[in-house]
Design a protein around this ligand. Structure first.
Ligand code: 5GP
Ligand code: ZN
Length: 114
């Protein structure tokens, strides 16, 4: 069994409420949502942070943004607004070291972020 929490979600060892699934990408609802819509979009390839991305990976990162766009539309937050966030390493508060794009929406956010 893989050690990484999100690899365990990909393998099905840990359950998650899925929002999107294909051969390269999985999206699922965050277990501790910070907004009415809070979905995590992850590559099925284990990549710890943005800092670990290599040239071929940018294709899947582009597809993650496409999935975010589709899920924003499905959740009716395209016009009202949404935030896409990659937390990277400790100053950003990254907790799970498997690349994930947060899709957050359904409420008003402040800037700068905390
Ligand atoms: P990070 O701070 O690393 O950017 O965010 C990790 C996110 O993963 C957090 O928002 C946290 O709530 C979410 N999370 C942690 N464990 C689980 C889990 O087992 N299932 C789901 N669906 N989300 C999780
Ligand atoms: Zn992983």
């Amino acid at each position: 069994m893989p050690e990484c929490l999100f690899c365990k979600i990909i393998s099905g060892d840990i359950p998650a409420k899925k929002a999107y699934d294909d051969d390269q990408i999985l999206a699922f609802h965050d277990i501790n949502p910070q907004a009415p819509v809070h979905i995590l979009i992850i590559p099925k390839k284990h990549i710890p942070t943005v800092g670990n991305l290599e040239d071929p990976d940018y294709v899947v990162v582009g597809k993650m943004i496409k999935v975010a766009k589709t899920l924003a539309a499905e959740n009716n937050i395209t016009a009202s607004g949404f935030r896409l966030v990659f937390n990277n390493n400790k100053d950003a508060g990254q907790v799970v070291f498997h690349l994930h794009l947060h899709l957050l929406g359904g409420r008003k956010f402040t800037w700068p972020p905390g």
